[in-house]
Design a protein around this ligand. Structure first.
Ligand code: NAP
Length: 248
């Protein structure tokens, strides 16, 4: 009997949950609990950390999980590493649903750097309007460059004071090319800091930056251990042993 654990939190994980539910596969969907009102899923859902590798091992054993699907964000490295380790310890098959990173197109002006610290260092010294599109857990180091006027965008309004003065846009997205263009023009954005998340949902800002000729400081993905990895829901369904009519 198959009983899958979907480590979720992304739009792709939602598409997978819909397909798994349609195929009537027994599964649990897990959210990390980062957003206040996560989207409903058509599967039994749990929210919050497992308690590290040992907690995930206990969940896999206690819940009778036979397959683990890591459909977390490409920057959720801790969860992904824990999944590799817990699946190795329990002998549970693991697969990652991970969209391809964006690649540079003609006209892109990217400064590719490995992490947030390098992104801080890549900003110019003279004051500029900066769109920091990187998620609230990572903004603190930019307090060391207070000469810039920052625009931030979060899914939920900030609960605690920000580490520096900034304009905050609260929006869940998805964001359109026209909307991003308008936002960047209206705020006179001159620099963008982004993570190479890949996928279509977050891509509009990259396309808008190209159109406006703006530099993008692009943070590369964290390195993860070797694991089976595919880019489509259809491949996950095949891995689970089910036929699917999905083309993607
Ligand atoms: P993380 O740093 O890899 O995970 C930290 C801990 O959170 C994990 O060790 C685990 O706690 C718990 N956790 C994470 N995902 C979980 C899940 N699906 N189910 C249960 N527990 C989970 O990941 P993160 O904190 O979620 O985020 C890392 C980065 O990815 C952030 O920069 C965030 O902005 C980004 N992100 C983006 C999206 C998006 O859709 N745009 C979604 C999620 C995350 P335990 O060790 O206690 O098990």
């Amino acid at each position: 009997m198959t009983r899958a654990l979907i480590l979720g939190g992304t739009a792709d994980a939602g598409l997978l949950a819909a397909e798994v539910a349609r195929a009537r596969i027994d599964a649990v969907y897990s959210y990390g609990g980062r957003t206040r009102a996560p989207a409903d899923q058509p599967l039994p859902t749990r929210i919050g950390g497992f308690g590290g590798v040992s907690g995930l091992v206990d969940t896999i054993r206690g819940e009778g999980i036979t397959h683990v699907i890591d459909a977390t964000h490409p920057f959720a490295a801790e969860m992904s590493r824990n999944a590799v380790e817990a699946c190795a310890q329990t002998g549970t098959p693991l697969i990652a649903l991970e969209r391809a990173p964006w690649t540079k197109a003609p006209g892109d002006n990217w400064i590719e750097i490995p992490d947030v610290a390098a992104a801080v260092g890549a900003l110019p010294d003279s004051p500029a309007n900066v769109f920091l599109a990187i998620g609230r857990q990572h903004i603190a180091p930019f307090a060391t460059r207070p000469q810039h006027a920052y625009t931030l965008r979060f899914v939920d309004p900030p609960e605690a004071p920000l580490p520096f003065a900034a304009e905050v846009i609260v929006s869940r997205g998805p964001f359109t090319f026209d909307g991003e263009l308008e936002m960047m023009r209206a705020r006179g954005i001159a620099w963008i800091v982004a993570r190479n998340s890949g996928g279509d949902g977050a891509r509009a800002k990259i396309d808008a930056a190209r159109t406006l000729g703006l530099p993008v400081i692009m943070i590369s993905r964290p390195k993860l251990p070797e694991r089976l990895r595919v880019e489509s829901v259809a491949e996950i369904m095949q891995w689970l042993g089910h036929r699917t009519c999905l083309g993607a």
